[in-house]
Structure formats: C-alpha cells, structure tokens
Design a protein around this ligand. Structure first.
Ligand code: ATP
Ligand code: MG
Length: 385
C-alpha cells in the first residue's frame, strides 16, 4: 500500500504550478533586464494575457528570481489607492522618514479618493507623483547601498486608476533619469494595453517591453505531465498521456485542472497501481471540463456585455471558425455594428482572428459551454437589453 500522497497540480488562481511550462523566453528577458542594469528594456515590462493564462504565477517567478539576487520586491494589485499604497509600502514601517510625516501602519488607505497618508494629506492627485518619487528615491538609496535593487510588480493593471498610473509613470520617469536600480512589471488582461497605451499621460507604458502570454505547446504539456506524474510515483504514458495533453489545448489553467483530476481519479480508483489508465484520463478530463465551466467560462461571460454574448452565441452555431459577415447576419445587424463587438471580443482575447473575415474562440471549450448553456446565456443577454 502506498503512502497517502499530495496532488501536485495546482488548479487555483495564482498558485505556482509544479512546472512553469512554456515561459522560458519571458523569464530569460526578465533575467537579462536585471543583468544589464538600469535602462535595460525589460526593466520595464508589461505582461498581458487572457484569464488563467498564467500572469500572476509569472510575476511570482520574477519575484523569486529578484529575491534570490537580494532585491526587494513589492507586489500590489491595481485597485483604488494604488499609488498611495505604494508610498506606504516603500516607507519603512510607520517611522518618521525624510518626508517629514508619519505613516501609521494600521492606517487603511483603501478607498481614500483624494489622498491621505497618515498625518500627511495631499489635496490633489497631482501632488502624488512627487510623493511617490520621494518614496522610491529614499528606498532605492537604502537598497543601492547594499548593492540591491527594487522590483515593483503591479497585477490586474487593467483596473488601475488613471491618477495612480500617472503618479507611477512620473515617478518611474524620474528614476530613469537618475538611472536608479529598479524594475517595474505590470500584468493584466489584454484590455490593459488598449486602456493605457492610448493615454497621453502614460506614454511610459508604451516603452514597456510587451510580453503577451499565450497557450503553451502541447508537446511541452505532455512532457510536463509525464514528469509531474512520475515525480509523484505515477505513470502517465501512451494514449492516456496523449488524451490528457490534447484536452488542455495548452491553456495553463486547464493544464492544472486536467492534471489534478486525472491524478485524483487514478489515486481513488486504484491506489495500489501506479499506472494511469485511459479510463482515468477520460473521467479526469470530464471533471476538469466541468470545473473549467464554473470557474472560467461562467465568470468570463458574466464580465461581457449582452451584445458581446449575442455575438458569441452566433459564433457557437459553427463547428469551427465563423465568418464575420455570417455572424452579422445571424445577429440581424450590419457589418459595422457587428464589427464593433468583434473588436471588443478580440481585445478581450475571448475570440481570435483566423484568416480573412473569420474568427474563432480563443478560450478552449467556450463553444461547447455556450451550446450547453445557450438558453441561460441568451436569457442573461436579453434580460439586460
Ligand atoms: N506556465 C504555466 N505552466 C503550467 N501551469 C500554469 C502556468 N501558468 C499558470 N499556470 C496555472 O494556471 C492557473 C492560472 O494561473 P494564474 O492565476 O497565474 O493566471 P492569471 O493569468 O493570473 O489569471 P487571472 O487573469 O484570472 O488573474 C494556476 O492554476 C497556475 O498554477
Ligand atoms: Mg492573475
């Protein structure tokens, strides 16, 4: 009888997977940025990609690389009050620093609209850039004395407030001018790029090294499955391995879901035999699919507008790529009306272009999910019309 073992797969947002598949180039670029010193292009990076593609875990990987080099890492999510939160975090816990004001560590900045840092108040967001620059400069002075740098990572950057972005961008610009030893990485949904890149105030984002995360190659998925199962004392090979890898479509979240549920099924069905069977694979994949619907498809559709959903429902009638003119016809609308929604869905990476005048789903199994839940999705699209 084997010992009780822990499932190695991590089908949970933000959890570092057993193997980070297909991100070597991104990691290499990041490392090169650190090696090449201030001013290297990948010292300022923007990482975009669809939900569940692995942005947050890539940030974790960058963070550990930086920490291994003795760097300090500050990670934040871009909710309201971001710039103010950064200032508090840059400042050593609640002591009186060179700014001449006190920050109480217990002071909660979330939701403060204009800006207030403990005893320090600023009347307008325009004052913030200075404050953030000062805070950065002060921290970097201390770190650089130890020959260390500072990495700041902002996740969910698509949700950042414009004022916060302006503050960060101005501060970063000043640090660049002074050639300070720091790096900034922004990660977010694809809408982050369209939101910030067209904004005059954040031209610095345009200079950020773009890293668009995509699905990973199936061969790499198969290798990773084989290794991860083997490391936990199981054998996934042959047809079962092939089925497992194919079922993921290379979508990182699905890789974890499929791995997790196949591992679990095999463990439950035959705890004494290490060989994963085709039937284990089939049952694991079915479970993974159900979870994908609940955790990815449902929330993704919830975040879309009613007409976006109507567009997707029109696409789901096809078995493969859809013709954009046919979709417009199915929607009972003109080409330019449908084109607006096509662009929105492309930007959100829910669909992708697939040859001239054709689009296809970019999220695996979304077509199947839409078909299965068509009545419900249609209802929610109609209800908000
Ligand atoms: N390169 C990868 N190889 C294998 N698994 C991965 C990889 N990247 C991410 N995963 C797994 O995929 C899931 C989603 O990862 P993560 O939360 O980083 O995605 P995300 O892009 O930040 O999603 P969201 O937009 O919802 O925040 C996690 O379970 C994670 O372990
Ligand atoms: Mg994330």
């Amino acid at each position: 009888m084997r010992n009780v073992r822990r499932n190695p797969f991590k089908p949970t947002a933000g959890h570092t997977p057993p193997l980070l598949i297909g991100r070597d180039d991104d990691v290499d670029d990041f490392v090169e940025g650190l090696d090449n010193g201030p001013g290297a292009p990948s010292r300022l990076m923007r990482v975009t990609g669809a939900r569940g593609v692995g942005k947050t875990v890539l940030l974790s990987e960058f963070a550990s690389i930086a920490q291994e080099r003795g760097w300090e890492v500050i990670r934040e999510s871009a909710s309201k009050g971001l710039a103010a939160r950064l200032v508090t975090r840059l400042h050593p816990q609640g002591d009186k620093g060179s700014y001449g004001f006190t920050i109480s560590p217990s002071f909660n900045l979330a939701g403060v609209a204009g800006g207030s840092l403990g005893e320090f108040h600023y009347d307008s967001p325009q004052q913030m850039p200075l404050t953030l620059s000062d805070a950065l400069r002060c921290r970097l002075d201390a770190l650089e004395k130890k020959d260390a740098g500072l990495l700041i990572e902002i996740d969910e950057a698509q949700a950042a407030d414009r004022d916060d972005m302006i503050a960060i961008s101005n501060a970063a610009q000043e640090m660049n001018t002074e050639s300070r030893d720091y790096a900034f990485v922004f990660a977010g949904l694809p809408s982050m790029s369209s939101k910030w890149l067209n904004d005059e105030a954040t031209t610095f984002m345009r200079r950020a090294d773009p890293h668009v995360l995509d699905d990973v190659p199936l061969d790499d998925v198969a290798d990773a499955f084989e290794d991860t199962f083997r490391a936990s004392g199981m054998v996934l090979a042959g047809d079962a391995l092939h089925m497992a890898a194919e079922a993921t479509y290379g979508y990182p979240f699905m890789i974890q879901l499929v791995g997790y549920h196949i591992w679990r099924t095999a463990m439950r069905e035959h705890p004494d035999s290490s060989e994963v069977t085709v039937s284990d694979a089939e049952r694991g994949i079915a479970k993974a699919l159900a979870r994908l619907g609940d955790t990815v498809h449902g929330p993704e559709l919830d975040s879309l507008s009613p007409v976006d959903k109507t567009y997707l429902l029109a696409m789901a009638q096809d078995d493969g790529p859809s013709s954009t003119s046919e979709i417009a016809e199915r929607m009972g609308k003109g080409l330019s009306y449908a084109g607006t929604y096509r662009t929105r869905l492309l930007e959100a990476q829910v669909i992708e272009e697939c040859g001239y005048g054709k689009v296809d789903f970019a999220i695996p199994y979304l077509r199947e999910y839409l078909r299965e839940h068509a009545a419900f999705v249609r209802m929610s699209a109609d209800a908000s019309d």
